[in-house]
Design a protein around this ligand. Structure first.
Ligand code: B4P
Length: 198
């Protein structure tokens, strides 16, 4: 399996780029944000818990997210691989992911970090808020999400740097330009794998 993590602050283009990776490499897309929004829409118990946190721009508790992801990962066995979008967002989640993948003799092969400045993030999310209907795409909540990202989520970067799978990707420019940068990094991993097999 090829296991990719797409990482970056809110509004960095994780969802947008994940769709292109799925098309190009035939991977399963796992977006914890989308899964939570579906739970909220269906009014499930998990959705009710999630809404309380999401509306404030806070993270949903680790145990809730890890439980949801564990169930989802099981359904992805036997596929070409996965792209994780919005997970892990804490070091605890990263450790849990490691253990979950290790059960299957797998690991994260690459983490792609989309780097975008705050000003651009805010601009993108406010624009999306005009049409998305997302309760977290408003000025106050966007600012809180960016703060939470900096305080709680960025330590995940060091976790993966330590494993040698971290790659930085410039996240500004056109969607296709950014995707080309991502492809270069993913193809390098695939090439390295082929070389090892030979
Ligand atoms: P997510 O759905 O993951 O939301 P996000 O981080 O804001 O990223 P998103 O995918 O929306 O933005 P994207 O960069 O694709 O999470 C929502 C909430 O759920 C979180 O705040 C949290 O509360 C909770 N949650 C989710 N996962 C969790 C976890 N693991 N642990 C705890 N809580 C969790 O795109 C943004 C916009 O930019 C789009 O409108 C797009 O059109 C635009 N865009 C993209 N690329 C562009 C480009 N090159 N140029 C211009 N615009 C671009």
């Amino acid at each position: 399996m090829l296991n990719i993590v797409i990482f970056g602050p809110p509004g960095s283009g994780k969802g947008t780029q994940s769709k292109k990776v799925v098309e190009a490499y035939g991977l399963e897309h796992i977006s914890t944000g989308e899964m939570l929004r579906s739970e909220m829409k269906n009014g499930t118990a998990l959705g009710v818990i999630a809404k309380k946190h999401i509306d404030k721009g806070h993270l949903v508790p680790d145990h809730v997210i890890v439980g949801m992801l564990t169930r989802k990962l099981k359904t992805c066995r036997g596929t070409k691989g996965i792209i994780l979008d919005g997970f892990p967002r804490t070091v605890n989640q990263a450790e849990a992911l490691d253990q979950l993948l290790a059960q299957y003799g797998d690991q994260v092969d690459i983490l792609l970090n989309l780097e975008v400045e705050d000003e651009e993030l805010i601009k993108r999310l406010l624009k999306r808020g005009e049409t998305s209907g997302r309760t977290d795409d408003n000025g106050k909540t966007i600012a809180e999400r960016i703060l939470v990202y900096k305080q709680v989520t960025t330590p995940v970067i060091d976790f993966y740097k330590g494993k040698g799978v971290y790659r930085s990707v410039k996240g500004t420019g056109s969607v296709d330009e950014i995707f080309a940068r991502m492809q270069t990094a993913i193809d390098a991993v695939l090439h390295e794998r082929m070389t090892k097999v030979k």
